[in-house]
Design a protein around this ligand. Sequence first.
Ligand SMILES: *Cc1c(COP(=O)(O)O)cnc(C)c1O
Length: 479
Amino acid sequence: MSDSPGRSVVPEPTSTRAAVDPHRSVSRADLIQWDHAHVWHPFTPQAAWLNDDPLIIERGEGVYLFDIEGNRYLDGVSSLWCNVHGHHHPRLDAAIRQQLDRMAHSTLLGVSHPGAIELSRQLAERAPEGLSRVFLSDSGATAVEVALKMAFQYWRQKANPEPQRTRFIALQEAYHGDTLGDVSLGGLDAFHEMFRPLLFPTLRAPLPHCYHCPLSLKRPECGMACLAAVEKLLVDHPGEVVAVVVEPLVQGAAGMIVHPEGYLKGLRELTKRHDTLLIADEVAVGFGRTGRLFACEHEQVSPDFLCLAKGITGGYLPLAATLTTQEIYSAFVGDPHSDKTFFHGHTYGGNPLGAAVALANLEVFDEEQTIERMPEKIEQLAGWLEQFRRHPHVGEARQKGLMAGIELVQDRETGQPFPSINKLGARICRHARKHGILIRPLGDVLVVMPPLSITATELDELMRAMLLSLEEVTGCPLS
Ligand SMILES: *Cc1c(COP(=O)(O)O)cnc(C)c1O
């Protein structure tokens, strides 16, 4: 089946029934057939996809999603870490409708529009101190790519240029998006190793992960030796480092790895002391996930670049922002003869519909006191994770705010993983649909990342269904 998408069995995609209303007038069987014939799904093993009964989602309401047959699923990963205030939120819907009545798109290349102006002003106002300049684009990958190129160009155009700065420091198991610059920073072999011949070399700092410490040390006696290792890289490469790039507090794609407290602040001090830049990729952790609007706030850190996407529109539309300081920006302002322009842009960057819903997203944070109402939910999630830790195959359950990762291991004492061929994480998540929840793992780490608007009852529903799925698939109850 996987290698014969079979043109002959595929109905004409231009059938009038489909064109009129794809959701109502096309049968489920047709949709599946066309999906299997034409849709190439991201980060999805296609052979398994072609042999599975696909879930086709068509509607959302609050924390719930509904498939084309009307089955309801609690959206346990916020539609890939994006949704904030729930689906089909009246305020967010209205913001898009209002903007649509004016205009759907206009460019930011040499022209402006009110939504981009107001959004930039508000982001600068709410971001950590000093980040007053906002470059809008359309995805997490672009937000980071923009920061990399701006940082690189900055050193070449500042008052006393330092063109010998060509290296970036990134962390082991880093994930910063899928464009080649971001992949160069990437440290996840499964995603990134294939492309090494195309990539620029990156200096690699050890993963600050106390459960599987790459330095084989123990907290707190280690004195955060992982931080000292970053300093050693800076000392060994004097004047060569463009920037240190980090996912503040939690490395999402690596498996929701929560850094030890003080690590981010330590990085900020090191980058200041060694006169280089700090790029904070808050694409996953931004917009409330950690319990603050921005993760950097937890350690009173102001980075030189702040990269935002995913939750920026409440999970509605593709939009992203790269914030930086006046000092960096100034290096791009020169007399018309010295060409200091940042020759970079994404055609739909700062799109007016996206900007409108991003503004409404911020307003809903205020109106619904989203951040203020998180501590109780964070506590509740912590209580559930305490229960999961009693399961014989849970090695570590880690949490920051409303983000959590439950790492499954064969042997809890040694941390020995299950053979990856077992695909245990994927099997549990697939099974969980039977219990009305939608979750997606990272290898054998079960991810918990519901919309911040989730209620206490809904959070219980999500965690109970997850626990049940874990017990049923492993065949092991809580100990
Ligand atoms: C998701 C993610 C990205 C990439 O964002 P896209 O919108 O998928 O391009 C970058 N950095 C981090 C930390 C992410 O989690």
